[in-house]
Design a protein around this ligand. Structure first.
Ligand SMILES: Nc1ncnc2c1ncn2[C@@H]1O[C@H](COP(=O)(O)OP(=O)(O)OP(=O)(O)O)[C@@H](O)[C@H]1O
Ligand SMILES: [Mg+2]
Length: 402
């Protein structure tokens, strides 16, 4: 924490917060950097304070008894003598209605709860500095806005709206950054875990195989059977780990964007699948000249998985058919891989893309359930979306944008 700045000594901040613990926490934070702090436990109390000793800024909770944060804000912003005092609302900002109410009551800034301490301090600094700048720019606007069946009348000043807009934007950026960091941590965690799991697994596999080779005569049939089971379970686990590692590699790999033909890529993938399954007869049609921008290696993984699935889930269809093509929806190109195989229940359409989520049994259709999770990550990395449609017994279609 920074040492108290002498310049802030005369700057008074009023906290309106009904939870004593949260109020104290905030007081401590602000006092540490040198602000003078007054705490009010309700909106009404805060209003009394404001009338007696005009603070430089108010940080207010939204949910409070008697007079909530919005009402407090409105009362101050409609009072000619007080309205210059900036107000920061601590809120969950969870809906557009929240934003509307904030605009309507004239709040200068929103900060999400639970807040990041550094961020809160930076916002307060920013508001206090900008307050000087905005003094001469009072352009009043009045607009009626309907949202969710309710009417709001917004008279916020232009600068106030901009501030609010930026505070929302910054919040989103802040949240995104945190999400990204968390994601990265998880990625590297799962990478090292999977990586480290391989060594002991190799030992189990190696020793059980030595047991089978060198001590087979000393074991009866049941013993041998157990040993076989240990080996196949180890191998399956090895496969799961391998898949997990591949999944995290996909997310960590550098992207290289280039113009390429999805059609050519699909042709190549299909011919590889055909080679590996010469026994199957599948009618595959691929639309020509589908040009896209993307990473060739990653998009190949997408097609390998989608076409591999289509191939696998049509294995019980009498006349298996797979189609790769594109359509236009709302001005964007949507690519699809369609099959007439086992299909799935639409209720689970979202679940399919989670790691290890499978709707079919391992016995019926083998697999580990990591393919679509990988595909979704790649599509997201390209800035696209992916979704699926299907019907049990009638086939499935996987759509994606890039
Ligand atoms: N074309 C399809 N038709 C019907 N169901 C599908 C199709 N593609 C995927 N699914 C369903 O989604 C599940 C998840 O697919 P995913 O590709 O992630 O895993 P998998 O194919 O079972 O295993 P893996 O791809 O890891 O070898 C599948 O188990 C299946 O239940
Ligand atoms: Mg698959």
């Amino acid at each position: 924490m920074k040492p108290p700045k002498t310049t802030k000594k005369s700057v008074e901040i009023l906290i309106a917060e009904d939870s004593p613990t949260q109020a104290e926490q905030l007081r401590h934070l602000l006092e540490q950097v040198g602000y003078q702090v007054t705490v009010a436990a309700t909106g009404k109390q805060a209003l009394t304070v404001v009338h007696t000793r005009r603070p430089a800024l108010i940080v207010s909770d939204v949910v409070m008894p008697e007079m909530d944060g919005y009402a407090l804000c409105k009362a101050i912003k409609t009072d000619g003598k007080l309205k210059e005092i900036p107000i920061v609302l601590l809120t969950s900002l969870s809906s557009a209605q929240d934003v509307m109410k904030g605009l309507e009551c004239g709040a200068d800034n929103f900060i999400r709860k639970p807040y990041d301490e550094k961020y809160l301090l930076a916002r307060i600094d920013h508001i206090l500095i900008n307050q000087e700048l905005r003094k001469d720019q009072k352009v009043h606007m009045g607009v009626e806005i309907y949202l969710g069946g309710q009417k709001y009348f917004i008279t916020a000043e232009r600068q106030q709206m901009l501030d609010l807009l930026f505070s929302i934007y910054e919040e989103v950026g802040h949240i995104n950054k945190r999400l990204e960091e968390t994601n990265k941590e998880l990625e590297s965690f799962s990478y090292s875990v999977s990586h480290d799991l391989r060594a002991p697994l190799r030992a189990i596999d190696g020793f059980s195989s030595s047991l089978l080779q060198d001590y087979a005569e000393q074991l009866d049939d049941t013993g041998l059977d157990y040993l076989q089971r240990i080996r196949s379970a180890t191998q399956r686990m090895g496969q799961l780990i391998e898949d997990l590692l591949n999944l995290s590699r996909v997310t960590r790999a550098e992207m290289r964007h280039e113009t390429l033909s999805l059609s050519t890529l699909a042709d190549r993938v299909v011919s590889d699948i055909r080679k590996a399954h010469a026994d199957r007869k599948v009618d595959v049609t691929i639309e020509k000249e589908m040009k896209v921008m993307g990473d060739a290696r990653l998009l190949q993984i997408v097609l390998e998985n989608l076409l591999g699935n289509a191939w696998k889930f049509t294995s019980k269809s009498p006349k298996a058919a797979i189609q790769v093509g594109s359509t236009h929806q709302n001005g964007e190109t949507v690519y699809f891989v369609k099959d007439n195989g086992a299909g799935f229940d639409m209720v689970y359409a979202q679940k399919l893309f989670g790691a290890f989520q499978r709707l079919h049994t391992e016995k019926e259709y083998p697999g580990t359930g990591i393919g679509l999770a990988t595909v979704r990550r790649i599509i997201h990395r390209h800035g696209g979306r992916i979704w699926a449609e299907g019907e049990v017994g009638k086939g499935a279609t996987f759509y994606f944008t890039l």
